[in-house]
Design a binder for this molecule. Sequence first.
Ligand SMILES: [Zn+2]
Length: 602
Amino acid sequence: MRTMVKAAVAAVVVAVMAAVPVMAAEQKAAPAKTDRPGGTMVEATSFTATVDAIDSKKSLAEAIAHLSLTLGDGAMYGAGILPDPRDNTQYTIAFLGVPLPMAARENYLSPDMAKVREAYRTMVVKYHLIAGIPPAEAESRADTILAIESRVAAKQLTPEQARDPSLRLKPMSYAELKALVSNFDLDTFYQAMGLPVGHDVYVLDDGNVRERNAILADLPLSDIKVMLQWGLLLGAEPYLTPAFVEPTMEFNRVLYGNIDTPKREKLVAESIKRKLGHPLGRLYVDKYLTPKSKADAESLIAQIRAEFRLRLSNSAWLSAPTRAYAVEKLDKIDIKVGYPDQWIDYSGVDIRRDDYYGNMLRLAEFDTRRNLAKFGKPVSEDGFADPRATLPTVVNAAYSTGRNGIEIPAAFLQPPFYTPNADAAVNFCTLGAVIGHEITHGFDSSGRLYDAQGNVRDWWAPADTQAFVERSKNLVRQAEEFEVVPGTHLNGQLSSGENLADLGGLTLAYDALGKHLKAHPQENLEIDGLTPQQRCFAAWAQNWADKKQPGMLKQEALTDGHPPGIYRMFAPAQSVPGFYETYGIKAGDKMWLAPQDRVSIW
Ligand SMILES: [Zn+2]
């Protein structure tokens, strides 16, 4: 679903998922009813005609492969190339069932969300009417679509299960995959996609894949075609007539709250950022990334990493072998600041001034074919780990578990996360804390399951794992006690990685600031009546100042590991000893947490 532009901050990049291009929700496309000029009319008509012509298992598999190749999106099923999660020197194949338009499973299944489902159904009907489908047919299609999507929602992984790489990506032989999708002509799909039949594969969310296979057996082909046409329509609507905008916004308002309709030019500008992120990022970097900000970030990285190394070396609860390997993993984290080593060259894509939707299709096909062409070649890092989450123009930073690497895009190096010429306390506890946050992700409940090379491998002694889980319990419990909006609490397991990363980031930044002030005593001054330590916590809090509708907060609590800013602002501070010293907080004060309730891991 096209959501509002939101400032996703410091998200973890799950590289293996990001590397599958069909995961990008905007890479979809194409109903016939369009008045666009150029080749688009022909292309769009051919997509719907392809679906209409399906009359056998073989033609279904061929059509899905055709739509996947040319639209860049899986239609029901999809496949892409990614570095092998257990040996990331080799590329392998990922197979998946396409993600659902409404991300949160509760939207499909929970009795509380009946209004959301009703609004979604209304939107589905309106889209079909705009596309020229007669009213009765539009109503019946909407029922079919909602029934199919609800079945998949009930069987796909929950977001907290998806944090576990052994559940998210299951290695299978080709024969095992064939058995899993027994009602689908896999050989034909592979051949049409140009993938090697018989090769081992990783299945992304096998619950989704299995349920779609059951749907193929249970429903008539006409219903399967309705589902495929819906995928085409949903993918195309952002690039077609503005008539689609209001039905979308009516749904978004039920889901999120009272939000304004974004201006057309803003939506189009956003799509340029997403679809031509590298060429645009290059222009951005030339204009806005200064040598000073890059050098400041690199200096902070060195200081925060040194602080983490010291804490790991002194960590009393880890056994010596686990501790030694943790230091090795820390030292191997590869951190890129600003932009990728190599830019993706889009110069071969035909971009026309008068063909918005056609441009989107050609870019999607370029991205898909570029991904598929990687198979059999050495793994190369030609972009940031997630080509969309960490584009140079995105205000975000990310850790990639599959690469053991961190990316800090150029656009992140601006206030509030980095302020040129601000005093040290501010930049340590904003940019420095985010660097510490990302480094800590390599050692959180999910990141710790990957080794120093970024491969899925358990390098922990069993007693250390047990101690980690024990030490995380307060973190999980405290999150679950926090009510995001009335009736919805934080999901402790889902948010545990982010909460641990925030605690790590703030702890490392505060301690590194202390060392900096010792080395530069002339900077140990009050400014505006605040000590450097007080400015540190104030700057950290200002990082997370944001304003969101209650519905948005609820959707994020259901699907996203990132807690709301209001929680991130105070929760980690309550486990940092310096917070109590800085403000003289005592038992009985509102921010006081009893020592046994504080979290101490890294
Ligand atoms: Zn994070």
